[in-house]
Ligand binder design. Structure first.
Ligand code: TYD
Length: 139
């Protein structure tokens, strides 16, 4: 399983750092939605879903956390702790976010508006979906 991390160009000078992200340039899709997670409590695991068509870039702009990506065959844990790094999460990829530091702010750039119909929130359903088998027909 290939993990795609984008390393963004910080425009640093003696005042500090600045990262600018432009759609279809730094980000490989048109950004339709931005959201962020913060004040995540200790021990919490979020995510537990995949998307049928939405793509994302996930950036831990402050603090740190870990993301587990699972394509149905393989799973990898990716630490996110640098504000200039973005993890690309393709469609049809199960994700779980955990190990949030108390100060973690996780910024998500998404290719689609929020639409619950694009979510797969059950892991067995996810496996059936990516294997193109209707639910209940898998052995
Ligand atoms: P949820 O999907 O549970 O977050 P995660 O998968 O990261 O654990 O979302 C939490 C709540 O926020 C849920 O009620 C749906 C709502 N929500 C929106 O209204 N718009 C959004 O863009 C997102 C991502 C979530």
């Amino acid at each position: 399983m290939q993990v795609v991390k984008y390393v963004f160009q910080p425009h640093g000078d003696e005042r500090g750092q600045l990262v600018a992200l432009e759609e279809l340039k730094d980000i490989p899709f048109k950004i339709k939605r931005v959201y962020y997670l913060y004040a995540t409590l200790k021990g919490v695991v979020r995510g537990y879903h995949a998307h049928k068509s939405l793509e994302q870039i996930i950036i831990c702009i402050h603090g740190s956390c870990k993301i587990r990506l699972d394509n149905g065959q393989e799973s990898k844990i990716i630490p996110l702790e640098r504000p200039y790094e973005g993890l690309y999460v393709a469609s049809n990829m199960w994700r779980e976010m955990f190990d949030f530091s108390p100060d973690a702010v996780l910024l998500v750039l998404a290719s689609e508006l929020y639409d619950e119909r694009d979510y797969i929130r059950n892991y067995d359903e996810f496996l059936a979906y990516i294997n193109n088998a209707p639910m209940g027909e898998k052995k």
